[in-house]
Design a protein around this ligand. Structure first.
Ligand code: PGA
Length: 254
């Protein structure tokens, strides 16, 4: 049985005080209302990782994650944060290859393969993002483009390493636009990704990989998206900034 995960990607939002308020609201609501085995990951801005982690304490269901890391371990890379540093802070998850990193910071498949390696080398879990821009969806080549992204950054991994990766399919046209993929579009792409994982690593391993959907997930559409057999949870941006909305999304996985 693969893990079910709902991860909140806070992006570059919230002051420290606001981050603490959101965290304490989430801890209360999740403790009271969320049943079952879903794991919750709060991907905060770097400066808030430590305080949010302190606040979460040893709540088994909630983990803290970073939104990016360097492809280097240590050294003269001003402004960067390495997977080794995250490991030293006991941060178990790292988003790698979010479309905003690809689009605004020029991150490509080769670089992202290095980042995935660094995260895995520290024993942390990469949440590897893939997804096609609108023009690719309109051209109808989205399956090809997304599988190429997955192959370029993950297919050098051993089967053992791949099993530690979480994949997030996030169509770029659905991110922050309020225009979500339909449940059918999400399921189709997740099934395609799993088919390619199976062709390379075998059905058993492919069946164990958690694949999240991301792109305008909210409390109203989460249930239908998560009901798909190949959708194992969500990577949630805007709606993860509001405690009530985010908790309703977590509960939708039920
Ligand atoms: P959104 O963002 O939920 O605001 O569309 C998702 C993401 O970028 O991970």
């Amino acid at each position: 049985m693969r893990s079910k995960i709902v991860a909140g990607n806070w992006k570059m939002n919230k002051t420290l005080e606001e981050a603490k308020t959101l965290t304490s609201e989430l801890i209360g609501m999740i403790t009271d209302e969320v049943k079952g085995n879903v794991k919750v990951v709060l991907c905060t801005p770097f400066p808030y990782l430590h305080p949010v982690k302190q606040q979460v304490g040893n709540q088994a269901r909630i983990s803290v994650g970073a939104q990016n890391c360097s492809e280097h371990d240590w050294g003269a890379y001003t402004g960067e944060t390495s997977a080794a540093m995250l490991k030293s802070m006991d941060i178990p998850y790292v988003i790698v290859g979010h479309s905003e990193r690809r689009q605004y910071f020029g991150e490509n498949g080769v670089l992202l393969a290095k980042k995935v390696d660094k995260v895995l080398a520290q024993g942390l879990t990469p949440i590897f993002c893939c997804g096609e821009p609108l023009e690719i969806r309109e051209k109808g080549t989205h399956e090809q483009v997304v599988t190429d992204q997955v192959k370029k950054s993950l297919f050098h991994l051993s089967a053992e390493a791949l099993q530690k990766v979480v994949i997030a399919y996030e169509p770029v046209w659905a991110i922050g636009t309020g225009k979500t993929a339909t449940a059918q579009q999400a399921q189709e792409m997740h099934a395609v990704i799993r088919k390619h994982l199976s062709a390379k690593y075998g059905q058993t391993i492919a069946n164990e990989i958690t694949i999240l959907y991301g792109g305008s997930v909210n409390a109203a559409n989460a249930k239908e998206l998560f009901a798909n057999p190949d959708v194992d949870g969500g990577l949630v941006g805007g709606a993860s900034l509001k405690s009530r909305e985010f908790v309703e999304i977590i509960k939708a996985i039920g």
